[in-house]
Design a protein. Sequence first.
Length: 156
Amino acid sequence: MTHCNLTIAASAAVAAMLSAPLVAAQEDHVLIQSDAFEYAAGPGSMAEGAEYAILYGDPAAEGVFAMRLRLPDGFYIAPHHHGQPEIVTVISGRFLIGMGEDPDPEAATALEPGGFFAYPPGMIHYAYTEGETVVQLNSTGPWTITYVNEEDDPRR
């Protein structure tokens, strides 16, 4: 019986430790109506034409964040990877996502509104849009993006 109680206690302690960052992240209440997003040009790590809105947190700081990207028709994101997980939901438009260092629109998977992907840190991928496309990116900061080919990095 003692072993069982220790296991339950240990499980409860682990659960409390795992949920602690989530509780801290939920202390700030954020409520935004769907027509109230304010987009700005950028971010600087993406080619001209991209717009973004930070919904929650700060991508440049430690912790959880949520960001929406509004991308024009025909937008291209060259092969790259991130130092953090990338968790994305397509809100509108058509987002084509492909894997590897050699971009091929024909090999990319087209995601419609409601489509979702989650990539671990270091996974090389690229993307295209068809029609104006909005995606929501959730991850942890500080956020990084590293392009496979330096000449594809708009910050250069």
